[in-house]
Design a protein around this ligand. Sequence first.
Ligand SMILES: Cc1cc2nc3c(=O)[nH]c(=O)nc-3n(C[C@H](O)[C@H](O)[C@H](O)COP(=O)(O)O)c2cc1C
Length: 207
Amino acid sequence: MRHLVVAAHPREGSFTLALARAHAAELEALGHQVVVQDLYRMGFDPVLTAAELMPPRSAGPGDSTITEAQEAIRAAEVLSVVYPLWWMSMPAILKGYVDRVFARGFAYEATGGVVRGLLSGRRCFVATVSGAPLSQLVASGRWQAAEMLHDIHIFRAAGFDVLEHLHFDEVVPDLSREVAEAHLSRLRASTRRHFGPGTTRAVHPET
Ligand SMILES: Cc1cc2nc3c(=O)[nH]c(=O)nc-3n(C[C@H](O)[C@H](O)[C@H](O)COP(=O)(O)O)c2cc1C
């Protein structure tokens, strides 16, 4: 199966990137084809331009970074997105990736205010990290808001079947090796559960 893993964290030694690498390595060990896009190391420009908002016929040739990023999604059967929750949202670089890459005509179409996702037939695996305990985020309603915004309003709206939103809470800069290893084992178990032997089902991307 073809996978695209998109990761967003500025620090190379971050726990977030350790999660993305562990997920990609586990997928490869299971025999999958994996492309990793580390948005910070790629120097991805998150700023949507006025030209990109022009109707397709009047716009000039598109930015090749964006067309390549769209090609990578088109070629993938599964998109995995790995990032920390910042203000319960995505890091700006990832939000800008969504703004620019999940463009109208590629990720969705809207007629009369009704949005139709164009990336159906593909699956999405979301892995996030927070400093706060998940129980606290749930009790205050923040977690439900994030799930609604990230999983439903963005990924599902674009047509993805969201397999799981795996979350790692209480991730602090001085996370102990034992806790980090336990988290990575949990992620690998999840990767195997979704993509291990006997789990492959046919997908028929429509686009
Ligand atoms: C700008 C910024 C905003 C953050 N906002 C939140 C937040 O709203 N809720 C939360 O639980 N953690 C928040 N955090 C903590 C991160 O989600 C995360 O725990 C931290 O970046 C550790 O992950 P890392 O080891 O991969 O760097 C924030 C961190 C930063 C830098």
